[in-house]
Design a protein around this ligand. Sequence first.
Ligand SMILES: [Zn+2]
Ligand SMILES: [Zn+2]
Length: 145
Amino acid sequence: MHRKFTCPACKTDTLYDFNTSEGVLLDFCDTCQGVWFDRGEVAEYVDLAEDVPDLEKALSAATPSHLSCPKCKTDMQRFQYTPEAPLTVDRCPDCQGMWLDRGELHALDGIADRLESPKTRIFRALKSLEDRGYKPIAVMRQEAP
Ligand SMILES: [Zn+2]
Ligand SMILES: [Zn+2]
């Protein structure tokens, strides 16, 4: 049985543990297709030393999020992941987990691309999610033919 958590976006118990075929554990909401990362997991997936490359700077521009943490119910903080990336994340100040809405996971994949790690776990995780019906927002990744 999967453990279920309350999805921060849907406010329903639709967030559950999902183990990809590569052994990557994600918390995935079937309804809104958002993904929860526990502390340290983002760094692991994109091969970074930290979940957020410059956390202090990112937090200095954070705004209160209307979403609450699925694990501790604390109100999260919302901020831009890196100055370069078109990626806004919600992060729990208590457990330091992070919430990515649908489509934001692809932005994270783009960051991983720029780090020249095309075989990162996030890439494989995305593939597994797409097999389960995760619909990336195509326009974000569209390239000239
Ligand atoms: Zn949801
Ligand atoms: Zn939390």
